[in-house]
Design a protein around this ligand. Structure first.
Ligand SMILES: [Zn+2]
Length: 477
């Protein structure tokens, strides 16, 4: 190495917000993130609308707006992406890349040293290297016997999950079963088990491959803030303190877990690497308690007039139509994509996935405003006829103000920067990696973030575009 280029690890801190971070840092509960902030640059990272993670992460890693990159909902695959993302550019320049859990990476590419797609939607379990596909299968599988569960534990151990995390999982599972705990108690623990599993596997892959650019996706803050914000801030929601008390620490716990992983990643990456911690959007308390909605599939089949072509299948938290006559499948998805609330225009399905004649439906998890559902070509219907509001409460929402912290050899210490945009992430990461910024990207470089000595040695360079077949000449490597 010529010393001009810094290796980069990106910690994707989904829905992280300074509103929660700052008090926890001041209380000394996030030592690794606090140290990173003191040694680097930080600030607000503004998101863009619509705040759907697949579109946002594609913007983050391409530096381009949605109309250019082409990714919208949760059913997007890597084939939906019309532009080059950071790892495509870095890999072309001869850098070694590893991607873990970043949205819109399925099916994975073997141009990366490792690529483990996200588990936001249940689809193929392909991974690079292939031996990690068992990890993906396990995420969605239902366990029917202790033997199956024991096999999972063994397989997790074989792919690098540490025994202390496995024993914590076993212990908590036994405790939950003994107490016959409900969803509120189980949900956050399950999210943090999976986080521990994923971080262990990521660290193993990181040690094995030593990538120049690596990403690690941390979802638990987002999934947890959606369901536990009213316990964290019960006064705002008018929740009795005694009801809130057992779960008051759940949201902070998801931040402490992120802090633990950031500490381990920093140790693994070493002092020469630049560590970037950033959110795709922030989080904030909702105006009131909302609810998850469930699709009444039998009613949908009747409403759409596809009773002869499709059978509804309901799994826990998932909705699926099995088509005997696949010629109806695409048309049905097109109609459902347009389903919205008459009063607010709000769409009611956040994504779709197709597999072997099955159409999976993912209803939104937002507050529903209004009472009338418009099904284009099939009339207007009362909300309660087609959907059912579930008991799970929903108190945290996405917010445009997210966060970033960047620390490493090229970065000035202890600076708070002006608010940036998620569009700026890739241009800045290219500078840190020693690569040119493309003029057709929509973000900008944050010059005040960089040490003048770094910019003197490694001036910001531009090229027209990365979207042509021609690769950039390799710089200092
Ligand atoms: Zn979310």
């Amino acid at each position: 190495m010529g010393g001009l280029v810094s290796r980069v690890v990106v910690f994707e801190f989904d829905a992280a917000t300074w509103e929660v971070l700052t008090p926890l840092m001041e209380a000394g509960e996030l030592p690794n993130l606090s140290a990173l902030k003191a040694e680097g640059a930080s600030g607000l990272l503004r998101s863009i609308i619509p705040r759907w993670s697949p579109a946002l992460w594609t913007t983050i890693y391409s530096g381009k707006v949605r109309s250019k990159h082409g990714v919208e909902g949760f059913d997007a695959t890597s084939e939906s992406v019309r532009v080059k993302r950071l790892w495509d550019i870095a890999e072309q320049a001869g850098l070694k890349c590893g991607v873990f859990g970043t949205p819109v990476c399925w099916p994975p590419t073997d141009k990366c040293a490792f690529m483990i797609p996200d588990v936001l939607v249940d689809r193929g379990s392909e991974t690079v290297p292939p031996e990690y596909s068992r990890l993906q299968d396990m995420y969605w599988a239902r366990r029917h016997s202790m033997l199956e569960y024991a096999r999972d534990l063994y397989d997790l151990w074989r792919i690098g999950v540490r025994t202390r995390h496995l024993s914590r999982m076993i212990w908590e599972r036994l405790l939950l079963a003994a107490r016959r705990s409900g969803t509120v108690e189980k949900y956050w623990r399950q999210r943090l088990w999976w986080t521990a599993i994923h971080s262990d596997v990521f660290l193993r892959l990181y040690h094995q491959h030593q990538p120049d650019l690596a990403t690690f996706d941390y979802q638990a803050t987002d999934t947890i803030q959606h369901r536990y914000w009213h316990y964290y801030d019960p006064e705002r929601f008018g929740i009795p303190l005694v009801k809130a008390e057992p779960y008051r620490d759940v949201l902070p716990a998801s931040y402490r877990e992120a802090d633990r992983i950031v500490g381990e990643i920093r140790k693994a990456a070493g002092p020469d690497a630049t560590l970037v911690v950033l959110s795709d959007h922030g989080g904030a308390p909702a105006e009131g308690l909302g609810q998850f909605i469930e699709a009444r599939l039998e009613k949908w089949v009747a409403t759409l007039g596809i009773g002869r072509a499709a059978t509804p299948i309901r799994l826990v938290g998932e909705y699926c139509l099995e088509f005997h006559d696949p010629s109806y499948l695409a048309e049905t998805q097109r109609t459902l994509e347009q389903v919205h609330m008459k009063e607010s225009g709000q769409r009611l399905f956040r994504g779709f996935a197709q597999r072997d004649g099955h159409l999976m439906l993912y209803p939104i998890r937002d507050h529903i405003e209004g009472n009338t559902v418009v099904v284009p070509g099939h009339g207007e219907h009362p909300f309660e006829e087609l959907f059912h509001r579930l008991d799970a409460e929903h108190s945290g929402v996405h917010h445009s103000d997210g966060m970033f912290i960047v620390a490493g050899p090229p970065i000035r210490a202890g600076v708070e920067l002006e608010p940036g945009s998620i569009l700026d992430v890739t241009p800045n990461l290219l500078v840190i990696l020693g690569l040119s910024v493309a003029k057709d990207m929509d973000g900008r470089v944050w010059e005040p973030m960089f040490k003048p000595s770094f910019l003197a040695q490694s001036p910001i360079r531009f090229i027209e575009t990365y979207e042509t077949a021609q690769c950039e000449e390799k710089g200092v490597l």
